[in-house]
Design a protein around this ligand. Structure first.
Ligand code: SF4
Length: 413
């Protein structure tokens, strides 16, 4: 059957356009059929529901092309993804062709695109809709502890730290850290100051927009990106430092997609920069931190961006710390459950993913789980606190500041 005839069976123009764009990716999965991805998928590990597998996410598109399913039929399936990227790494199509052809199966993008199609088609999820409306209204995400989230308070975390506005290097502070985990940006800012790195804050920082794009709300996500880019340009920025992996993904993947070559700013994640500062001896870590810790690889750093060496190099440079590592490949299948909006729309599944992650850490007989992702730290800390022998969750920058003898204050987990 001609492709045009097949597409004719899929209903409206939006769906046809979507199927046309994603059919080759979908058939790449459908014709492979190995399903190795199922066992590393943190959602599938919990629900054991075939509709929640990366395989189903691609097979649905094949069925839509044949006119057998509609957007309304499949929208619920695509809620069940944290956009961790594990399935992409485990896919034989990536493994057999990735190194030579630089090919990677694109499940995360498929999920984002299907969610966007659902929103455009009027099939919305109530909690995501509410979350995006609140973000759009307040310009930062509505973090969940009752803290007022307003532009007026977006820089409160930096009180007393003497951080200027603007400059060539901007420190971007994510919404959870700005309003809830304030000890993380305070520790980060003090580390940069101690190492002699000049930086400033934005004049008016809005959410990066990444989570809205992940939930399928591309219009406000792009609008927020345009605002942030204009703010950076007005500040004379050339480099953006991120302390949250979700921001790093938004600035290195979404923003170049929106702005093309016009997006010419350097984006650096804090773990890469701090590892370099330690190696260059610009940052001295001499205070012992007597903990037995393991490291939680943030999905968006390890699986999505291949950043796994710098956090480990930092942990090994902290005096007094016993670091019990798990190799980063094993950690492909670990996730906190906090990403991709899953916790907002399906909190019970996200909590179980977090519980299993902490249980894996407990097997290593550690007292601390170290993360470099503020959004993972509150859910993991809640699960860690439920154990008979509680496990504390700390941010990597907090431990670095402890080792550097910096008194950062703020609100820890
Ligand atoms: S990105 Fe992660 S959560 Fe989503 S389907 Fe792949 S493995 Fe599962």
């Amino acid at each position: 059957m001609a492709q045009e005839q097949q597409l004719g069976a899929t209903g409206d123009g939006l769906t046809q356009e979507f199927v046309k764009e994603w059919r080759d990716t979908a058939y790449g999965c459908f014709s492979s059929g190995h399903k190795f991805c199922r066992e590393v998928c943190p959602v599938m590990q919990v629900t054991r529901n075939e509709n929640h597998t990366p395989t189903a996410f691609h097979a649905n598109i094949v069925a839509m092309e044949q006119g057998g399913l509609s957007v309304a039929d499949v929208a619920d399936d695509y809620i069940h993804c944290t956009q961790c990227g594990a399935c992409e790494l485990r896919c034989p199509n990536t493994l057999f062709t990735g190194d030579f052809y630089r090919n990677r199966t694109r499940t995360v993008e498929v999920v984002k695109a299907m969610r966007a199609l659902a929103v455009e088609s009027g099939v919305e999820q109530p909690q995501w809709k509410r979350w995006v409306e609140l973000t759009d209204d307040r310009k930062s995400e509505p973090v969940l502890n009752g803290t007022p989230v307003t532009q007026e308070h977006v820089r409160d975390w930096a009180e007393g730290l003497d951080v200027p506005t603007g400059g060539e290097t901007i420190l971007f502070c994510d919404c959870e850290a700005a309003f809830y985990r304030t000890s993380v940006p305070r520790a980060t800012a003090m580390i940069l100051q101690a190492a002699g790195v000049s930086f400033g804050l934005m004049n008016e920082q809005w959410c990066c927009g990444g989570p809205m794009a992940e939930m399928g709300y591309t219009e406000p996500a792009r609008r927020f990106a345009e605002h942030n880019l204009a703010d950076w340009r007005a500040a004379g920025a050339k480099r953006i430092i991120t302390l949250d992996p979700h921001d790093y993904i938004a600035f290195t993947e979404d923003y170049p997609g929106y702005f093309g070559d016009d997006f010419d700013l350097e984006v650096v994640h804090i773990t890469e920069l701090v590892a370099e500062l330690i190696q260059q001896e610009k940052l001295k870590l001499s205070n012992p931190v007597p903990r037995v810790a393991t490291y939680h690889d943030a999905c968006r750093l390890n699986k999505r961006k291949g950043i796994y060496k710098s956090p480990r190099a930092i942990l090994r440079a902290i005096p007094g710390l016993t670091f019990k590592d798990v190799d980063h490949v094993t950690q492909w299948s670990y996730c906190s459950g906090a990403g991709g909006g899953l916790k907002i729309e399906r909190p019970e599944i996200a909590e179980e993913i977090g519980r299993r992650r902490i249980a894996r850490a407990a097997e290593l007989e550690v007292d601390t789980v170290v993360s470099a992702c503020p959004w993972s730290e509150r859910p993991l800390a809640e699960r860690g606190g439920e154990l008979d022998d509680p496990i504390e969750v700390r941010d990597l920058m907090e431990l670095v500041a402890d080792a550097a003898g910096l008194d950062y204050g703020g609100v820890p987990v």
